[in-house]
Design a protein around this ligand. Structure first.
Ligand code: SAH
Ligand code: SF4
Ligand code: F3S
Length: 463
């Protein structure tokens, strides 16, 4: 799963006109800040729908909010540190405007529970990922002068019937949760503790939501789960679900994340080959190239198995981009293990990667039974070596596209210049190119690639 803890994405994208505010302000204004993976961003949109239903309007400015929510991530220690720092800022806001309610949502709420109320006085409300339906009741409880906590995990909750309010939307791309939780218990990972048991969402509700998104003008949807390959709703498996969503319309691009190497079947690959609108991009986190470390992580595969999966992708989907996640410096990792990771990277040459150094998470198997014994400087040095190698590989992969013409879905203006559009290819590569008056956001356009860096392709529209 693509983790975005570095980037703070506030509720952006939707311009809240004055008119709209007046319509919705019966209960006041809510402000929501989101950290962590795409699932958290999708959850924020479910929370927003619940709040809108209650009569709240939304603001992008915490200074003018009546209710402030922070949807949190616990995946690494520094992810949590960021949240503590933000809570200090919210504390100041509350000092000036004491009526403001501060709520902590998401994985850190689930992990720390009541402890959050004790350690940060400004927090009024703590709500875990499966308890968002109770938010209106909890708000009421706070208004009666109590602190409110609901961190119950559920075996059934998928929020299937709630149409998310697309707060993060550019009108073209959207996230769609297809399952929740995780049953894998990788030894380093806090997610099974914060998100609970795996459960799949009714495929009919997924297809309906995707269909509505298409009708509203969305052209690129990402199906989300911690391990999409184990999707299973009363016998409907992931490959079938993919086909059902792909059938909605050939102009609707469909992506998904995250795949798990132990569960990714050829079935899924053949389905991807059958439909052009199933994007040729697979995020297949490897974590380590050493079999000893993979076993300690309880990932359920070996490097040989992983490389064989890569071979299958390359033979069934020759133009498919492959991305990964890598952890440097897991418990007992030696220089030899680290070299094995670099060697695996050389063999695959990933298009892109999310790279981290190991951060011990309280309560996980690794924290209880293994020693976090790789010194921080060594973890950081190994991570730097991994990042440096990946940059070379990203550049190598991106350069392969120079001279070719690709189909790009226009997502908006380029960050650097209003004269340029930015969009993505099926392979999830960002392409920047000069605007042309006959194209607008949400259109598909043919672009010839002229140059490449490790992060971006540049091109020009082919008429
Ligand atoms: N479900 C996805 C991963 C979700 S977490 C999967 O199984 O691949 C996203 C990434 O964060 C993981 O792939 C891993 O690389 C990283 N990560 C998870 N726990 C971590 C930890 N304790 N320290 C460092 N990185 C971690
Ligand atoms: Fe964490 Fe492993 Fe589940 Fe991914 S598959 S969320 S790494 S336990
Ligand atoms: Fe996602 Fe972070 Fe939770 S990565 S599942 S928000 S711990």
């Amino acid at each position: 799963m693509l983790v975005n803890t570095k980037k703070l994405l506030q509720c952006q994208g939707v311009p809240y006109e004055q008119k709209e505010r007046q319509n919705h302000q019966s209960k006041g204004f809510a402000y929501i800040e989101t950290y962590g993976c795409q699932m958290n961003f999708a959850d924020t949109e479910v929370v927003a729908a619940i709040l809108a239903q209650e009569g709240y309007g939304f603001t992008q400015n915490p200074q003018e909010a009546d209710v402030i929510f922070i949807n949190t991530c616990s995946i690494r220690e520094n992810a949590e540190q960021k949240i503590w720092n933000r809570l200090k800022v919210f504390r100041q806001i509350k000092q000036k405007r004491p009526h403001v309610l501060v709520g902590v949502l998401g994985c850190m709420a689930e992990r720390l529970k009541k402890q959050l109320l004790e350690e940060e006085q400004c927090v009024d409300m703590v709500v875990g990922p499966d308890a968002y339906r109770s938010i209106p009741k909890l708000i009421e409880q706070v208004h009666f002068g109590e602190k409110a906590v609901n961190v119950l995990l559920s075996r059934e909750e998928t929020y299937a019937d709630i149409a998310p309010l697309r707060l993060h939307s550019n009108g073209v791309t959207a996230f769609l949760s297809i399952m929740r939780g995780c049953n894998n218990m990788c030894t380093f990972c806090v997610v099974p503790f914060t998100r609970g048991r795996e459960r799949s969402r009714d495929p009919d509700t997924i297809v309906r939501e995707a269909q509505q998104l298409f009708e509203q003008g969305y052209r690129d949807i990402t199906l989300l789960g911690q391990n999409v390959d184990s999707y299973n709703y009363k016998g409907v498996r992931f490959a079938q679900l993919l086909a059902m969503v792909a059938e909605i319309h050939p102009k609707l691009r469909v992506r998904f994340t995250t795949s798990h190497p132990k569960d990714m079947t050829d079935d899924v690959l053949y389905t991807m080959a059958r439909y052009e609108n199933l994007c040729k991009y697979i995020h297949l986190p490897v974590q380590s190239g050493s079999n000893r470390i993979l076993a300690l992580m309880r990932r359920g595969y070996t490097r040989e198995w992983y490389l064989q999966r890569i071979e299958r992708i390359r033979s069934i989907l020759p133009d498919c981009a492959i991305a990964t996640d890598i952890i440097a410096g897991f418990c007992s990792e030696t220089e030899e293990d680290h070299q094995q990771t670099l060697d695996l990277m050389e063999r695959v040459r990933f298009n892109s990667a999310f790279m981290f150094y190991y951060s011990e998470r309280p309560g996980t198997y690794a924290a209880r039974k293994l020693k976090d014994d790789v010194p921080l400087e060594v973890k950081k040095r190994r991570l730097q070596e991994i990042i440096r190698l990946q940059q070379q590989h990203s550049l190598y992969r991106n350069r392969e596209w120079i001279g070719k013409t690709v189909e790009v879905l226009i997502e908006g203006d380029s960050k650097r210049s209003k004269e340029d559009f930015s969009g993505r290819t099926s392979q999830n590569m960002v392409v920047v190119f000069p605007k042309h008056s006959s194209y607008k956001v949400g259109d598909y356009v043919q672009v010839r690639i002229i140059s490449a860096t490790s992060a971006t392709l540049k091109g020009e529209i082919v008429s």
